[in-house]
Design a protein. Structure first.
Length: 121
C-alpha cells in the first residue's frame, strides 16, 4: 500500500494538479504545458488502469491508497475518456457507491454549493 501512496504523492498529485491549473486557470492556452501534462496524465491513467485490472482496489482491499488517489482522478477536468479505462471507471464507481464517500460529498455540497471542484464525476 505504501508504494501506491508514494505514487500518488510523487506522480498523481503534482502532474494532475498542474494539468488542471493549466487547463482551468491559465489566462490563455499554453500548448507545450497542456501537451506535456496531458501525455503524462494519460500515462498515469494507464498505470492505474493496469493495476486495477488485477485487483478491485489499488492495494487489493479498499485502503488509504484509494482514498488518496480517488479525488485526483477527475477525467473530465483532465481530458481523459473513461471509455479507454474501464478498470478505472469500475473502481471509481465502487468508491462512489461507498456510503462514507456519499456522506462526504453530501457534506461538501452543503459547505460549498456549486463549487466545481466538489462535483462527483
Amino acid at each position: 500500500m505504501q508504494e501506491w501512496l508514494f505514487w500518488q504523492v510523487g506522480h498523481i498529485t503534482p502532474y494532475l494538479s498542474q494539468l488542471q491549473v493549466f487547463k482551468e486557470k491559465a489566462p490563455e492556452p499554453i500548448p507545450f504545458a497542456l501537451d506535456l501534462l496531458g501525455a503524462e496524465a494519460a500515462r498515469l491513467y494507464g498505470v492505474l488502469e493496469k493495476r486495477l485490472g488485477d485487483v478491485p482496489f489499488v492495494a487489493g482491499e479498499y485502503s488509504i491508497a484509494d482514498m488518496a488517489i480517488f479525488p485526483w482522478i477527475q477525467p473530465l477536468r483532465q481530458g481523459q475518456d473513461l471509455a479507454r479505462y474501464p478498470n478505472i471507471h469500475a473502481w471509481r464507481e465502487r468508491i462512489k457507491a461507498r456510503p462514507a464517500v456519499q456522506r462526504a460529498y453530501d457534506k461538501g455540497r452543503d459547505v460549498a454549493a456549486g463549487e466545481k471542484s466538489l462535483a462527483l464525476q
